[in-house]
Design a protein around this ligand. Structure first.
Ligand SMILES: Nc1nc2c(c(=O)[nH]1)N[C@H]1C(S)=C(S)[C@@H](COP(=O)(O)O)O[C@H]1N2
Ligand SMILES: [Mo]
Length: 508
């Protein structure tokens, strides 16, 4: 067993840092007021782009785990250091309440400064103060030294026991708080709360049915249809914490090179002409056969009339869009003009993770142009890089054409034949044809396609059934609405999106 009396101050400081995070979590949950969030945000903003891109290419989504773990470690260290100073002070003045008060006040100031939530910052400060009080009781007041075997010089063995008990008490208290925070938060969890219907979503249900009914009948229950359920729609965020913006707080401001600046509130926006559009999103960072491709029916209003009303005058004919999470992306005004401001997803209000209350949808362009929690559109004079472009990506242009073949799209049928099915997407060019080869690319057959929809920027499903004979190298490729075949040449996602034909071995 380790001797707790030896490294007691370090141990207590680590316990206090952990208790600070647990207390904050207990009070705020996974929200922007959680004390780890601003630190995570700082890590996101300060990490050099080359490292971010390298992480995406090598560890993929685990990159998120790495930066959130770094943020937790940094916050535990930070409040641990404050507690350490408090313990030292207690020892010096021989009164544990003095150090505890100082550590509590220091933690509160720090937490309130980081989160700008002074009341919730008490959730950080009180546990730090408590650990410093419990663990920081003076060593020397319990009696005279009794012998050389004492691990803490100048302290009697009875006092050593007391010190050990207090130290362990402080650590146990901190761990208890961690458990309480996890259990308490789980019982409070609002994740399962159903989403409310989006304002003016009456027509969305009919649209949703129309798009869903275009789905092909396939053998696999697990293959997505034409509409991705909200809970399965992919998610890409620069930050670990979704901004919490209510509809009442939200507004969108047009700034910069305009004839007249303008701010639009949620009520004004949702009073405008309403449309329900099927729009597919695909992330530039996904692998060729990756899963960051989904489709939903969105409720919103076209951006063009709003944009025209502010009279854009910038010399680059370009705009920077910004979200409440600090995200920003820049692209041409004429691309923006075809965009759509959405407040509904599959008939429901936008979920927190997909940009609540309002996001933009840009037809045919990579996912990164579809700014969530949209708060500002700045008309520029000179082009500037967006968040991902600063990190080496070129993901603001039109999507590349792709045909997917996921695991659940490969099904052996009862009669021994094999069904291949998937989704193909080419942005606003549309999908004209999907071609399938089961012999590594010599012979090609046209797949059956889902019915075309009137929507300008939506994927199609494809299906092909064949008689297997041993192992087959299946290859899939799409032809877009302009008659252009998907690029054969394979490329990595960075910087302009992955390309190539999806190949998979099927059968044995
Ligand atoms: N504000 C904000 N908007 C954002 C992002 C972000 O991190 N912050 N990620 C972008 C990227 S890279 C993609 S692919 C899409 C993903 O949208 P989704 O999470 O709703 O699928 O949102 C884009 N809009
Ligand atoms: Mo993306």
């Amino acid at each position: 067993m380790i001797d707790v009396t030896e490294h007691r101050e370090m141990l207590l400081a680590a316990a206090a840092g952990t208790a600070a995070v647990a207390g904050s979590y207990l009070v705020t949950g996974w929200t922007p007021s959680f004390v780890v969030r601003p630190v995570d945000q700082a890590i996101v903003n300060l990490t050099p782009g080359s490292i971010v891109t390298l992480a995406i290419e090598t560890v993929g989504d685990a990159g998120h785990l790495i930066h959130i773990a770094m943020a937790f470690a940094a916050v535990i260290g930070l409040f641990g250091a404050v507690a350490f100073a408090g313990l030292r002070l207690s020892a010096r003045v021989d009164r544990s309440s003095v150090g505890a008060a100082a550590a509590g006040a220091g933690s509160w100031l720090l937490a309130a400064g980081l989160t700008r939530s002074p009341v919730q910052a008490l959730g950080v400060a009180l546990p730090v103060a408590a650990v410093v009080v419990i663990g920081g009781l003076p060593l020397t007041s319990t009696g005279p030294a009794s012998g050389d075997d004492s691990p803490v010089s100048g302290v009697s063995s009875g006092a050593v026991d007391a010190v050990r008990r207090r130290t362990l008490g402080g650590v146990a208290g901190a761990l208890g708080l961690v458990a309480a925070a996890i259990v308490g938060r789980r019982s409070l969890a609002t994740d399962d709360e159903p989403l409310a219907d989006a304002p003016r979503s009456e027509g969305a249900t009919a649209r949703l049915r129309e798009v869903e009914s275009a789905s092909l009948a396939v053998a696999s229950d697990n293959l997505l249809g034409m509409v991705s359920p909200i809970g399965e729609f992919y998610n890409v965020d620069i930050a670990e914490f979704d901004p919490a913006v209510t509809a009442a707080e939200w507004s969108l401001t047009f700034t910069g090179e305009t004839g007249s600046e303008r701010t639009v509130t949620f009520d004004e926006l949702t009073d405008r002409p309403v449309e329900h559009r099927a729009v597919t999103l695909r992330c530039v960072g996904e692998d060729l056969n990756g899963r960051k491709l989904d489709n939903a029916v969105w409720t919103g209003t076209p951006i063009r009339p709003l944009l025209e009303s502010v009279d854009p005058r910038g010399e680059c004919d370009c705009a920077m869009l910004r979200g409440e999470d600090g995200y920003y992306v820049q692209f041409p005004v004429d691309v923006l003009a075809d965009g759509f401001l959405a407040w509904g997803m599959n008939g429901k209000e936008l979920p927190l993770g997909h940009g609540h209350p309002v996001r933009v949808l840009i037809p045919g362009h990579w996912g990164e142009t579809n700014v969530k929690w949209l708060s500002e559109i700045e008309l520029l004079n000179v082009e500037a890089d967006g968040y991902w472009e600063e990190r080496g990506w070129k993901g603001t242009g039109e999507v590349k054409t792709v045909a997917k073949l996921w695991d659940e799209g490969i099904t052996e049928l009862d009669d021994g034949r094999v069904e291949l099915a998937g989704h193909a997407y080419a942005g606003t060019r549309g999908i004209e044809r999907v071609e399938v080869s089961t012999d590594g690319g010599d012979l090609w057959t046209d797949a059956t396609l889902s019915d075309p929809l009137p929507d300008a920027d939506v994927w199609r499903q494809w299906r092909h059934v064949f008689d297997p004979d041993g192992a087959h190298e299946v290859v899939v490729r799409a032809v877009d609405g302009e008659g252009t075949r998907q690029l054969r040449e394979p490329s990595d996602p960075s910087p302009t999106g992955s390309s190539g034909w999806v190949r998979r071995t099927v059968g044995q």
